[in-house]
Design a protein around this ligand. Sequence first.
Ligand SMILES: [Zn+2]
Length: 268
Amino acid sequence: MPELPEVETTVRGLARVLQGRRIASVEARRADLRRSFPEDLGQRLTGATVTSLGRRAKYGLIHTDRGDTMVFHLGMSGSWRIDHATIEKHDHLLLQTDDGTRLALNDPRRFGSVDLITTDELQEWPPFQALGPEPFELDARDLQSRLRGRTAAIKLLLGDQRIVAGLGNIYVCEALYRAGIHPKRAAGSVSLDRLKRLVEGISAVLDEAIEAGGSTLKDFISPDGELGYFSKSFAVYDREGQPCRCGGSVRRIVQGGRSTFYCPHCQH
Ligand SMILES: [Zn+2]
């Protein structure tokens, strides 16, 4: 599943070809993904100029000079392709810019989405309303106050979009490892010092993944057609039974129905 670094990598890749360009044509090749494409998508986007791109949680944002923002989510299997040679079965949305660049949103499993939202009203858009701060904008003291008194496991709360936006399972595991925090520790009992290390760990692990072009995912391809390779440098994620740097071995447990990987020796 595309995680935040893949979305950020995608947005940066799209910005190189879309920023400042006029959208010459829009073709939806089916009516929906997870939900329907906006009925007026073509009408509102055709002829609009892309002013900038951005990201909120795992949503990509394409802002236009008409006061609209196209908001896309890659779901489980979505990716954008640029100047593709052929149109493939799962290319569900095609865009072309005024300089002839062609873009295709491919999504075999169709858990992704495309919406068109008035830019000024993005904050009030229901999926964005309850989102916590971006992982790169986290502040340890603010995090501490939001976790105060919470007895739920820190691992579970870090995966809660209301606490931190868009931080997926892989990065929660890796950041907890870097901060030396046991994934089952009661969230409210983590000291401010440890939370500072956690906030640094979250930024660092995401930065490294973005630098590497996004992580893993067998079928994720960046807009440049390159496979991400960050998975090779995971310290604990998906490494059950393999050695930790400390000489111990990585353990897997299940929390909230999802796998947690950690080192019992390094994390308390
Ligand atoms: Zn260890």
